[in-house]
Design a protein around this ligand. Structure first.
Ligand code: GRF
Length: 224
């Protein structure tokens, strides 16, 4: 008699906007050997196109509208209740534009990832594309990190670079960076589901070993 296959890690995605990263994850999760399943998509913005994308893919959705709550604590409490209902192994922030409370982040420690459009630790916060242009940088990029209490400050797992050309604008850079985001996020989510990455005290373990610097695209280990 065959044993039942092990249940796949349950992934919950939180988004606020267009959801192109969500779409990249949905597309990746359709690959035959993808080691996880997206069980729900949550948004704080009821108009987010990410909700449409999830519905198209027959994924459960929920909205916790921050405008319905008087404080961050109340909003985070309601959001956490929805998250718990879906019992995820991994929470993926994919353009989720709310600052989360310390208690919320601590409760999901080691099981929550974020994507940030800069080569962290440079340019935490907003307007990263304009800021890198204003600084006269030659390269820019994207980082994927574990979420910790420090905003955009958790240990970085992987990065991908883009070259800044003289005629680049904030919009053209955003486009270039998003192309890399859509490649990199599914790879990192796959690693998590395969149990290859873990959050230590303030570092990342990759295959049980300390990751001294973020993985970079292209890198032979980044290609699966
Ligand atoms: C991405 O650029 C991501 O880096 C940032 O928010 C944006 C989300 O885009 N955190 P989308 O909703 O996935 O298209």
């Amino acid at each position: 008699m065959n044993a039942d296959p092990a249940p796949q890690p349950r992934i919950l995605v939180l988004a606020s906007g267009s959801g192109t990263n969500l779409q990249a994850l949905i597309d990746a999760s359709r690959e035959r050997d993808f080691p996880g399943q997206i069980v729900a998509v949550g948004c704080n913005n009821p108009q987010a196109f990410a909700l449409e994308r999830a519905a198209q893919a027959n994924i459960d959705t929920f909205v916790v509208n921050h405008k319905d709550y008087g404080s961050r604590e109340e909003f985070d409490g309601a959001l956490m209740a929805e998250i718990r209902r879906h019992n995820p192994d991994l929470v993926v922030l994919a353009g989720f534009m709310r600052i989360l409370t310390t208690d919320f982040v601590r409760a999901l420690r080691g099981t929550m990832l974020n994507i940030h459009p800069s080569l962290l630790p440079k340019y935490t916060g907003l307007n990263t594309h304009q800021r890198t242009l204003d600084a006269g940088d030659k390269v820019h990029g994207v980082s994927i990190h574990f979420v910790t209490e420090e905003l955009d400050g958790g240990p970085v797992i992987a990065q991908a670079e883009v070259t800044i050309d003289p005629d680049d604008t904030a919009d053209s850079l955003a486009e270039k960076v998003q192309e890399k985001e859509h490649l990199l996020y599914p790879i990192v989510v796959r690693w998590f589901c395969e149990g290859r990455i873990q959050l230590g005290t303030d570092y990342v373990l990759f295959d049980g070993e300390l990751l001294n610097k973020p993985m970079r695209l292209p890198d032979e280990r980044v290609v699966h």
